[in-house]
Design a protein around this ligand. Structure first.
Ligand code: GLA
Ligand code: ZN
Length: 678
């Protein structure tokens, strides 16, 4: 991940906020944390108030002490820049730093992640602080990386943002006539005469509520504009650090499918991807795996960093269940299995006050090494030390990709119709789930990435598509690739203007169909997908949406089981050039097994093999090192012990046991095996 020769193991540790503790408490932590095998701490995430107590005054004395203290213990540091919550004096003196919310309310000082991306004050003082930190701590050889701000997010609707937004639109559309055309403003008499007529799409202009809006393209553009503004905040700090330390590694912690920022726009400026994994207790293991893969796909040629996870509980969910014994370890290895080279927690020590006082930590309110959480952390710490650098730097090797795109997410999210139940991320996830359950490695990438290395590309709900990307897909299939897309694909161009070529628009030729109409299926009233023969034979529920399809050149694989379009195609397959294009005209029920069978058959036909045959609740991934060594991670995500057959000779790394080809291995519930083979 960090690609630092000093890093010889999975880095283990996480956020440590000693500014909240007395010296005695800090000293006690320094005795405890090494006992848990902690070797890396993220410091200084929320200390701006202390570092800059007034406009002219900077005070690094406490941070100096903290850095010295953890360095004396031989720990690595991930140094944060503290800019995710501005100081109170700054808000008092320079209110431009405060955000205005979607209801048009100017906020007072409070909370965090609260600075306006277009505030001149923030733009001046945030990079300045980052620079001062780089100057002061740049010579510390144990600082492995710089953590800029924290979980960027949200939008601002203030007058400074409005000004910047209008400028952004001018740069993009050049003339007001062009903007009127691209935004289709003749609708509801929205024609703009002047740039000053353009408002921010908020609850006091175009948006009805969080996910509905009258003029979708305006909100989509506002989200693009906001992403650019926030990426710019990040880049200003990164540049400030690099002006002092040209080789410093910089990152910021992302949140997987977070809907308000297009993370593809961050990736080029991040030396490595890092992210915070906080599933809810009800999330399936494949959903967590999907979140990891969305993050890994941002930089598919590099391991990523698990920047945060809780060792036990969160505080902010409706029900903050404990991670059961073994689950923290299992989830840590799951991150590693999907390409992380770090296991970092939020946080090292539990706060005593404020909203995170009931958030879990390695050291509890009662600072004992005898707590369950501390003991589990220490046991994993020991294991990670023993594993040393065995798989550090290795990567998943994939021959298939799933396309995931924030523009499509926004297009679907803000759409008025066809169904409120149609959720972009959930639809993409259903296809990932099928790959994951079949143990088939797959990248989750942006449609802007190259498709050259893949045999199979899956594009669920590729709602919005540019001409260039449509042509790229066409070439991919022409040259022998297998492509699959679904209902609500190829619907609009980048301006959310619907195709007039017949759905799925730019993808119509490659799919060889015309989807004439789309029906919304009522909850509890599914149609069905009927497949008469072959490996997919059966009847499966069709839910949420149903396209009524006319094949142009495609063959029909499955038909609807009922309603006035009974017997008409729902799944089709088209030969195009050397390749094949599948179209699934409905949404599958994740538990019906249809997508698992479909993905298995498509990948098999394309010559892609699962890492190991599928066993229920057993997750299997594979990382491959640059010298060709394969690391197979086997995770028992279920509640029962399982047997799994290993068809190759290997070494099990956690026990050093050798495994003969054809052996059955027992894997206990929630346990992990890591096999290494040449
Ligand atoms: C986020 C933040 C942390 C902390 C955790 C709690 O990930 O980055 O500062 O608030 O949530 O789960
Ligand atoms: Zn603003």
């Amino acid at each position: 991940m960090i690609n630092d020769p000093k890093v010889k193991k999975v880095l283990y540790g996480g956020d440590y906020n000693p500014e909240q503790w007395s010296i005695e408490e800090r000293n006690r932590d320094m005795e405890l944390l090494p006992q848990a095998g902690i070797d890396t701490v993220t410091l200084n995430v929320f200390s701006w108030a202390k570092l800059q107590p007034s406009e002219k005054k900077y005070d690094f004395s406490d941070l100096d002490r903290i850095v010295d203290m953890v360095s004396q213990k031989g720990m690595n540091i991930c140094m944060a820049t503290s800019t995710a919550a501005h100081p109170a004096w700054m808000a008092r003196k320079y209110p431009d730093i405060l955000r205005t919310d979607i209801d048009g309310r100017k906020h007072n000082f409070g909370s965090r992640h609260n600075s306006c991306p277009n505030s001149p004050t923030y733009k001046k003082y945030a990079p300045l602080l980052a620079k001062k930190l780089a100057e002061r701590y740049g010579n510390r050889s144990n600082i492995l990386a710089w953590h800029i701000s924290n979980e960027y997010g949200g939008l601002c609707y203030c007058d400074n943002c409005k000004k910047a937004w209008r400028q952004w639109l001018k740069n993009k559309y050049k003339t007001i006539e062009n903007l009127n055309e691209k935004w289709n403003t003749a609708f509801w008499s929205h024609t703009y005469y002047d740039w000053e007529d353009i408002q921010i799409p908020s609850h006091i202009s175009e948006r009805w509520n969080y996910d509905r809006t009258n003029m979708q393209i305006q909100t989509i553009d506002y989200y693009r504009f906001n992403t650019e503004g926030i990426v710019n905040m990040y880049r200003m700090e990164a540049d400030a650090i690099h002006s002092v330390l040209p080789d410093a590694k910089v990152t910021t912690n992302l949140m997987s499918t977070y809907p308000e920022l297009d993370y593809n726009k961050f990736a080029p400026y991040m030396d490595f991807i890092s992210w915070d994994n906080y599933p809810s207790p009800n999330d399936s293991y494949t959903r967590v795996a999907f979140n990891h893969e969305v993050m890994r796909g941002l930089k598919r040629d590099k391991p990523f960093c698990l920047m945060e996870q809780t060792p036990s509980v969160t505080n902010w969910q409706p029900y903050n269940s404990l991670k059961r014994p073994g689950v923290m370890r299992l989830m840590s290895y799951q991150a590693v299995a999907h390409g992380a080279d770090t296991v970092l927690f939020f946080q090292m020590r539990r706060s005593r006050g404020c909203c995170e006082k009931f958030h879990g930590a390695v050291i509890d309110h009662y600072p004992s090494a005898e707590t369950r959480v501390f003991k589990e952390t220490a046991a994993l710490g020991k294991e990670l030390k023993l594993l040393s650098d065995k798989f550090i730097g290795s990567l998943e090797k994939t021959e298939a990709a799933i396309l995931f795109d924030w523009n499509c997410m926004w297009g679907v999210m803000f759409s008025s119709g066809p169904s409120v139940d149609f959720k972009y991320t959930d639809e993409v996830y259903k296809y990932y789930d099928a790959f994951c359950k079949q143990n088939i490695p797959v990248d989750v990438i942006s449609p802007d990435q190259s498709l050259d290395k893949y045999k199979v590309v899956i594009a669920p709900a590729l709602y919005m598509i540019s001409k260039e990307n449509a042509e790229k897909i066409q070439r991919f299939v022409q040259n022998g690739g297998t492509f699959l897309t679904t209902v609500m694909s190829g619907m609009t161009d980048e301006n959310d203007l619907v195709t007039d070529k017949g759905y799925p628009g730019e993808l119509r030729k490659v799919c060889g169909i015309w989807a004439e109409e789309t029906d919304a299926l009522l909850p509890g009233k599914p149609n069905s997908v009927v497949i008469k023969d072959g490996s997919l034979k059966g009847e499966y529920p069709a839910v949420i949406l149903a396209d009524i399809i006319h094949p142009d050149t495609a063959e029909t694989i499955a038909v609807y089981g009922s309603d006035f379009y009974q017997g008409t195609p729902v799944i089709t397959k088209n030969s195009f050039g050397q390749g094949k294009a599948w179209y699934v005209g409905t949404c599958a029920d994740r538990d019906s097994g249809l997508l698992e069978k479909l993905i298995l058959s498509i990948t098999d036909e394309a010559g892609i093999k699962p890492v190991l045959p599928s066993v229920k609740d057993i997750e299997v991934t594979q990382r491959v090192s640059s010298d060709g060594k394969k690391f197979i991670f086997i995770l028992n995500q279920g509640t029962e012990d399982k047997k799994i057959n290993i068809p190759f000779e290997a070494e099990e790394l956690l026990t050093s046991a050798s495994v003969k080809a054809g052996n059955d291995l027992m894997i206990k519930a929630k346990d992990v095996l890591i096999l290494c083979r040449n």
